[in-house]
Design a protein around this ligand. Structure first.
Ligand code: SF4
Length: 455
């Protein structure tokens, strides 16, 4: 990746979606179980492999930067009750997908390791008895780990129940930054856990970081990244902290004057990209870095990288069935989201119904636009001939206005367009979200204001 052009980033510094789906969740409207079941039965991927997402909403401590949907509690009985409803949801969903192999499974949250070892084991067994899980060699089974909640012994249990990929939430190693966001964890304890993970044979270790946190400077970021590089994770995510206390109440505990200024934040990002790429990580796109031999980097080179609600994925051919409160499924041509409120989720399951309350069906125009956006954001290029073959139409006829709207980005050398397709240049990679936004038919002023800034 070429040197980061800060002037260009400032020029294109607008709010926009992260495109973990298209259309995005802002287009979701009330949806019922019947519409979801119809999408399941008509999915063109029917019979194909499946990806499962399981949401565990509980956290023991509140991180002040948090913008996730979670329940902060120390009451373990809440997890016991939740698991009983989750199992009933699994019993209802599993028959809809009988005979389909689960090649990808991910537990996220919240904090999945809020569950104790017995609960993790029991839930994994239950999932395995209702869905057909691939074996350890062919399945990708990941779990998000809060390093403060596990030790080597717990990791051994997590490996034994079948997980083979770990994602550690770190955010920053600087003590002052950690204290300001109420998430204190030492480098040494994280290092011990990561080393234990390697010994236990986890195939992939990923570390999540955030830039733009209080008291972060270029110097603290250099130190944090130096420590992260010592841990040598296969993947690194570096997310932008968007300070929106009016929308996310925990952020009210962060003092705005402690945040790095906009120009400082940008230079923190620029140096982070430089530091990581210099030691060999590849910038995959949208906050993600991976070693060149990691599956994400290889999938990108092979042109089959995919993006979903968990970020980048190598499982483009899967329907995704999401289980638990707030979880969003993508099956066939529909997105379907479960109730966000725990009481509502439980009431629906108690009624013998799936907990789906909203979503969106993806019409023919959205399918084409989604294919364009996903090609640009995952592969950084769109091949006109492939588009024509898949959709039986010339993109230059369907989306002439959008292609014309890319002109200024061509002049700024963010994209190149010729007869064969559109390519996002090295310079444009950090701004790929802006390129995608040109093809988003829902972006009006009101919509755009609901998103965070691109960088
Ligand atoms: S950031 Fe993660 S661990 Fe922290 S409160 Fe939010 S969901 Fe929980």
């Amino acid at each position: 990746m070429s040197k980061v052009d800060l002037d260009l980033i400032q020029k294109y510094d607008v709010k926009g979606p992260r495109y973990t789906s298209y259309p995005t969740a802002l287009q979701f409207h009330p949806l019922n179980e019947g519409e979801y079941q119809k999408a399941v039965s008509t999915s063109h991927r029917a019979g194909g492999p499946l990806s499962l997402y399981v949401h565990i909403p509980f956290c023991r401590h509140l991180c002040y930067y948090c913008a996730c949907s979670k329940i902060v509690t120390r009451d373990k009985s809440k997890a016991t009750r939740y698991l009983s409803f989750l199992k009933r949801e699994i019993e209802m969903q599993a028959p809809l997908f009988a005979g389909r192999k689960v090649t990808q499974l991910h537990w996220g949250g919240g904090t999945p390791t809020f569950l104790d070892d017995d609960q993790i084991q029991d839930l994994m067994q239950f999932i395995g008895s209702h869905f057909d899980l691939a074996d350890d060699a062919t399945g990708e089974f990941g779990i998000e780990i809060d390093p403060r909640t596990v030790d080597a012994e717990r990791l051994a249990c997590i490996r034994e129940v079948g997980f083979n990929r770990l994602s550690f939430g770190v955010q920053d190693f600087a003590p002052k930054v950690q204290k300001a966001v109420n998430r204190v964890q030492s480098f040494e304890s994280t290092r011990d856990i990561v080393e234990a993970a390697r010994k236990l044979g986890f195939q992939s270790v990923s570390i999540d970081l955030i830039y733009g946190l209080p008291f972060q400077t270029r110097e603290t970021m250099v130190d944090t990244l130096r420590q992260v590089i010592v841990l040598s994770p296969d993947r690194i995510s570096l997310y932008n902290y968007a300070h929106l206390p009016e929308r996310f109440t925990p952020q009210k505990r962060i003092n705005v004057i402690d945040l790095p200024r906009a120009d400082e934040k940008l230079s923190i990002l620029a140096l982070a990209i430089e530091q990581l790429t210099t030691v060999g990580y590849r910038y995959i796109g949208m906050d993600h870095f991976a070693k060149p031999d990691d599956e994400l980097a290889r999938a990108q080179s092979a042109g089959n990288l995919h993006r979903n609600f968990q970020g980048y994925s190598t499982h483009a051919d899967c329907d995704m069935v999401a289980l638990g409160v707030t979880a969003i499924s993508q099956v066939g041509e529909i997105y379907a989201q479960n109730a966000k409120d725990l009481d509502e989720y439980e009431a629906l399951i108690d009624d013998g119904r799936l907990a789906i309350i909203k979503g969106v069906e993806i019409d023919a125009d959205d399918q084409r636009r989604r294919a364009i956006i996903m090609a640009l954001i995952c592969q950084f290029e769109l091949d006109f001939a492939e588009f024509a073959e898949r959709f039986g139409a010339d993109i230059r006829d369907c989306y002439a206005a959008e292609i014309a709207a890319l002109e200024p980005m061509m002049r700024d050398e963010l994209v190149q367009i010729d007869d064969s397709g559109i390519r996002v240049t090295d310079k444009g990679r950090l701004l790929v979200r802006n390129v995608c936004m040109v093809f988003d038919r829902y972006l009006g002023e009101v919509q755009t204001s609901r998103y965070s800034k691109a960088i």
